[in-house]
Ligand binder design. Structure first.
Ligand code: 13P
Ligand code: ZN
Length: 270
């Protein structure tokens, strides 16, 4: 067996958690990531027949049976992942209609996957139906997006339009816009179900007064998605209290649609 710490998916996960911490998006144990893995990808690094222990998930998701995920641990700090990956990360395979997860590697201090596992797994199910290439669900607490939910209407069209107007390429990076949930209790199946419902129509879901969820085909792309939205929110927070003299018009956004062959969410542009 090859050393699992050298596996490309592991190296990328460690880089990503470190980078997210460095961006200030993941204070303390804030944030969590789940990455869907192919059996082929892990078989050279791990005996998939060897189960360390089985952890109940508390929800049902039959679509995920037999699927492998690399997931950040609950209560673990992104800051520390690079120094002790086997404590802070785990690889699980779901079974029994998604109600149980076999631990194959990691959580070596007896820990388990993130408390937001329901939101992650339910979001994977939702995004896979939209795009079978989706492999990543990422949650974090970027300051400007969070700040924006205190001072901006939570209307999804308005919230999206504001972000699109903050940087020319926002509409290109997230043409589906941003869906928004009101404050809800985190770590529950209810917020998981609500997040997954919102994931049906957009790859970004804001949790008001808490943070954001992003979904994408790989860690880099999903990071870039959140990074772009957070940058837009940062600009908003810099200018929200100032008179606005210029803006990106809807007409200009239509030009961007043509130039980049993208379609802004139906009804979001005039
Ligand atoms: P976990 O430590 O359980 O991943 O929770 C962090 C978090 O951001 C909760 O929303
Ligand atoms: Zn959180």
């Amino acid at each position: 067996m090859k050393d699992i710490l050298t596996a490309p998916f592991m190296v990328e996960m460690i880089r990503t958690t470190t980078n997210m911490y460095d961006h200030g998006w993941d204070e303390r144990n804030g944030g969590n990531i789940s990455l869907l893995l192919d059996e082929d990808e892990i078989s050279g690094y791990l005996d998939t027949g060897k189960v360390l222990r089985t952890i109940p998930t508390g929800f049902t998701a039959p679509e995920l049976d037999g699927k492998f995920f690399l997931v950040t641990g609950t209560g673990k700090y992104f800051k520390n992942v690079q120094y002790a990956p086997d404590v802070n990360l785990g690889i699980v395979r779901l079974k029994d209609q998604g109600q149980q997860a076999d631990l194959l590697w990691g959580y070596s201090d007896g820990g388990q996957f993130t408390s937001e596992f329901p939101a992650h797994m339910m979001s994977h199910v939702a995004r896979m139906k939209v795009n079978p290439e989706n492999r990543v669900v990422m949650h974090c607490h970027p300051a400007n997006l969070l700040a924006m939910t205190y001072v901006h209407t939570l209307d999804e069209r308005e919230f999206t339009r504001t972000l699109w107007q903050m940087c020319t390429e926002c509409v290109v990076v997230f043409p589906d816009g941003v869906n928004v949930l009101p404050w809800m209790l985190c770590g529950t199946n209810e917020i998981g179900e609500a997040t997954a419902e919102k994931m049906k129509t957009a790859r970004l879901v804001v949790w008001s007064l808490h943070g954001i969820y992003g979904a994408g085909k790989d860690l880099d792309e999903t990071f870039g998605l959140i990074e772009t939205a957070e940058k837009a929110a940062e600009i908003y927070m810099k200018i929200a209290h100032l008179p606005r003299i210029n803006t990106i018009t809807d007409e200009q956004m239509h030009l961007l649609e043509k130039r980049f062959s993208i379609q802004a969410r139906e009804g979001y542009l005039d």
